[in-house]
Design a protein around this ligand. Structure first.
Ligand SMILES: C[S@@+](CC[C@H](N)C(=O)[O-])C[C@H]1O[C@@H](n2cnc3c(N)ncnc32)[C@H](O)[C@@H]1O
Length: 215
């Protein structure tokens, strides 16, 4: 079981497999007010940069699941390199349906919400691993402007223009699910260039959002 070879090859040198910089990952960690001992679950953890740097900078512990054996191995090497291998674990596997044995403080999925069949399903999946009043962290693309036709949407690498929302609608959709968006760190067009070129998706940009349940 692995992801298509093209991604393992084209992204083999990536530490972050999203239009995001190390600085923005650190900003996100600060926004989450991570403390030593905070438990983080990351579905689709890629090469582990988020968990590894947050373990180094904030003392979190974490588990990442990723279907790429290459990225999972790179994540373990990065953990050793940063001296946090005792605090973060990387599991090679399909994260669809994955629920943590022990509830976590932060349950995350950045740029891989197809794992739960879309944003709604992924939030529902993450919620099963989340302690009461914990934080769900979602990274999701959105349209900077709605493509005028399906052809244009498909030319941007989407299956359909309905695959993504524009930002205000995306934010509102979390409210519809009874979650509050408490923080948000946006990718920008400069940081997104590499990923957009790779994915051929010039109209979509990346974003990170942190909705917490109101219940
Ligand atoms: C866009 S990358 C994001 C990786 C990471 N979150 C980051 O920001 O660097 C998507 C990741 O999802 C992983 N992936 C794809 N399908 C998956 C699945 N069913 N279960 C677990 N990981 C999956 C890929 O291997 C890839 O690392």
């Amino acid at each position: 079981m692995d992801i298509p070879r093209i991604f393992n090859i084209s992204e083999s040198a990536h530490r972050i497999h999203n239009p995001f910089t190390p600085e923005k990952l650190a900003t996100l960690g600060a926004a989450l007010r991570l403390e030593s001992g905070t438990r983080v679950l990351d579905l689709g953890s890629g090469s582990g940069e988020m968990l590894c740097t947050w373990a180094r900078d904030y003392g979190i512990s974490g588990v990442g699941i990723d279907m790429s054996s290459l990225f999972s191995e790179q994540a373990r090497l990065r953990a050793s390199e940063l001296g946090v291998a005792d605090r973060v674990e990387f599991i090679h596997g399909d994260a669809a349906g994955y629920v943590a044995d022990e509830k976590v403080d932060v349950a995350a999925c950045l740029g891989a919400t197809w794992i739960g069949g879309g944003v709604v399903g992924t939030i529902e999946l993450l919620r099963k691993s989340l302690r009461s009043a914990g934080i769900i962290l979602i990274g999701e693309p959105y349209w900077l402007q709605l493509p005028p036709t399906e052809d244009v949407a498909m030319g941007c690498g989407a299956g359909s223009f309905t695959d993504f929302l524009i930002l205000p609608e995306l934010i509102a959709s979390f409210g519809d699910l009874d979650y509050d968006v408490v923080e948000m760190v946006l990718a920008d067009q400069k940081t997104g260039t590499g990923t957009r070129r790779r994915s051929g998706s010039p109209c979509a940009d990346g974003s990170k959002r942190i909705p917490t349940t109101t219940s």
